[in-house]
Design a protein around this ligand. Structure first.
Ligand SMILES: *[C@@H]1O[C@H](CO)[C@@H](O)[C@H](O)[C@H]1NC(C)=O
Ligand SMILES: *[C@@H]1O[C@H](CO)[C@@H](O)[C@H](O)[C@H]1NC(C)=O
Ligand SMILES: *[C@@H]1O[C@H](CO)[C@@H](O)[C@H](O)[C@H]1NC(C)=O
Ligand SMILES: *[C@@H]1O[C@H](CO)[C@@H](O)[C@H](O)[C@H]1NC(C)=O
Length: 209
């Protein structure tokens, strides 16, 4: 009998804990975004940019990959930005995973032993990662969310609680042309040509290995 009572007590305690748990799983990086948004989607995904003002070839959008970003300051790591496949022409990090608000590009066979780690994205900056040797205990910035979108098949990538302030812009810093994803594009940032920027939303397209 005691066993049954304590079992029931345990059961009701875990039931009452569930709403709090689902709120926590939604995550600070999803604050203010639609119900159903999550900082830890159960699927891996590729990214695709969808024009919000210009015409689109299809509703999935233009595929995005990791390409060279602005020249970094760290000698041990290079900075890579989310770029269009159309401009960068190769894809060494074939898909992404989003965990507790940290966005991880997953290395393909040529990038074995490396890791890509996100960091804070300031207004006007490229959406970028440090690529460095694989770290077992990285400390990425927890700033990304899969923002639910009732009008679309796909969740949208949100940065800093915002899925509506991303643009694609032509980079000025790489040794050859690249088109990069920028948060709150601004004419003051000289790593890209502001006059080329156009607004996009970024679809999370579920990836099947
Ligand atoms: C997502 O990718 C990670 C890294 O490769 C892998 O460990 C995980 O099992 C994948 N998750 C799903 C749902 O495929
Ligand atoms: C969005 O518009 C730009 C500029 O016209 C174009 O280059 C790009 O291909 C378009 N993207 C898609 C997904 O159609
Ligand atoms: C959508 O269009 C892009 C080019 O903008 C292309 O690369 C991609 O494969 C297309 N996706 C589908 C599902 O047709
Ligand atoms: C650009 O920088 C100047 C000087 O710091 C500042 O006054 C201005 O507001 C900035 N422009 C934008 C669009 O942020």
């Amino acid at each position: 009998m005691f066993a049954l009572v304590s079992f029931l007590a345990l059961f009701s305690a875990s039931v009452s804990a569930m709403p709090a748990l689902s709120v926590r799983q939604n995550g600070a990086s999803c604050t203010g975004l639609a119900d159903g948004s999550t900082d830890s989607p159960a699927y891996n995904f590729t990214l695709a940019a969808y024009n919000t003002t210009l015409s689109n070839t299809n509703s999935t959008g233009a595929p995005l990959v990791l390409g060279w970003g602005p020249a970094g300051t760290s000698p041990a790591a290079s900075e890579w930005a989310i770029s269009t496949y159309a401009a960068w022409h190769s894809n060494e990090w074939p898909y992404f995973t989003l965990s507790n608000g940290a966005l991880f590009p997953i290395p393909g066979p040529d990038e074995n032993g490396l890791g890509a780690y996100d960091f804070t994205v300031a207004s006007g900056a490229e959406v970028a990662f440090y690529v460095t040797e694989h770290e077992s205990d990285p400390e990425p910035a927890l700033i990304y969310c899969a923002s639910a979108d009732a009008d679309s098949e796909y969740a949208k990538l949100a940065v800093n609680n915002d899925a509506d302030s991303l643009s694609l812009c032509q980079a000025t810093t790489a040794a050859w042309p690249n088109t990069v994803l920028v948060y709150e594009a601004n004419s003051n940032n000289t790593n890209y040509d502001y006059s080329t920027c156009y607004p996009v939303q970024v679809n999370l397209v579920p990836y099947e290995a």
